[in-house]
Design a protein around this ligand. Structure first.
Ligand code: 5RP
Length: 229
């Protein structure tokens, strides 16, 4: 039996949101990789849109497909930003950072007139669940201080410094920082997580995108659905 790639279906639907001349932001991951290829297949878009991305891998893919990639630092506004996520709920709160680039991804999401989450239905939950960690990016000098602060803030959680798959030390982000995956047994009230964590000096950003997305494109066995918060 032929299996349907729901991420590809979601990326195809995302194409209907794109107009010639747009300035577009793109996050990271395999769903976004599908979208890059779909965009590149339309010569009028390849010629006319400007793209910026949070991710080195997405940048390489865009360049391979002939896009000129804009420097994020030169932009303050995007017409639209697309990104995948690891989990999202009916209010479109999303947990991200499988790829460890949530800090620039959040910046692009905040710049966008429309921020659209795209992904497969398996990531959709009624209310966020602690089966996915909240990830923080922190400056390396803050490691011990932040670890202590996390123990005080969330005595029941398990914060884990993200280690490289090659077992040769910590993951270093594209901007030279560290990542800690905070595994909760139960989430504190979701509205409180970002203010609590961002009040700790040394923490740059969290992977919880709280009330940021304007829409989500979800593809699953019942077809493609658009969800609003
Ligand atoms: C990167 C992310 C990705 O969007 C997330 O991990 C989803 O990836 P994929 O599209 O491969 O399922 O959050 O920081």
């Amino acid at each position: 039996m032929e299996t349907i790639d729901y991420k590809l279906e979601a990326a195809k639907k995302a194409m209907t949101y794109v107009r010639e001349g747009y300035t577009i932001g793109l996050g990271a991951g395999s769903t976004i990789a599908h979208l890059v290829k779909e965009l590149a297949a339309v010569p009028a878009l390849l010629k006319s849109i400007s793209v910026a991305t949070a991710s080195f891998n997405t940048r390489l893919l865009l360049q391979e497909h002939g896009f000129t990639v804009r420097d994020v630092a030169s932009l303050a506004r995007l017409d639209i930003h697309f990104d995948g996520c690891d989990q999202f709920d009916r209010s479109l709160n999303a947990l991200k950072s499988g790829g460890g680039v949530h800090t620039p991804e959040k910046l692009l999401a905040a710049m966008a007139q429309r921020f659209i989450l795209i992904g497969d239905g398996a990531k959709y939950v009624e209310k966020l669940l602690p089966t996915v960690p909240v990830v923080i990016e922190l400056i390396p000098d803050a490691l011990s201080f932040v670890q202590q602060a996390l123990l005080r803030l969330y005595p029941d959680a398990r914060p884990q410094l993200r280690l490289s798959n090659k077992k040769d030390g910590a993951v270093i982000t594209e901007r030279g920082n560290l990542l800690i995956d905070i595994w909760f047994t139960a989430f504190p009230p979701v509205a409180e997580i970002n203010p609590q964590l961002k009040a700790v000096p040394g923490i740059l950003e969290t992977s919880l995108f709280y009330h940021m997305a304007h829409e989500a494109i979800i593809a699953g066995k019942n077809g493609v659905t658009i969800v609003f918060p």
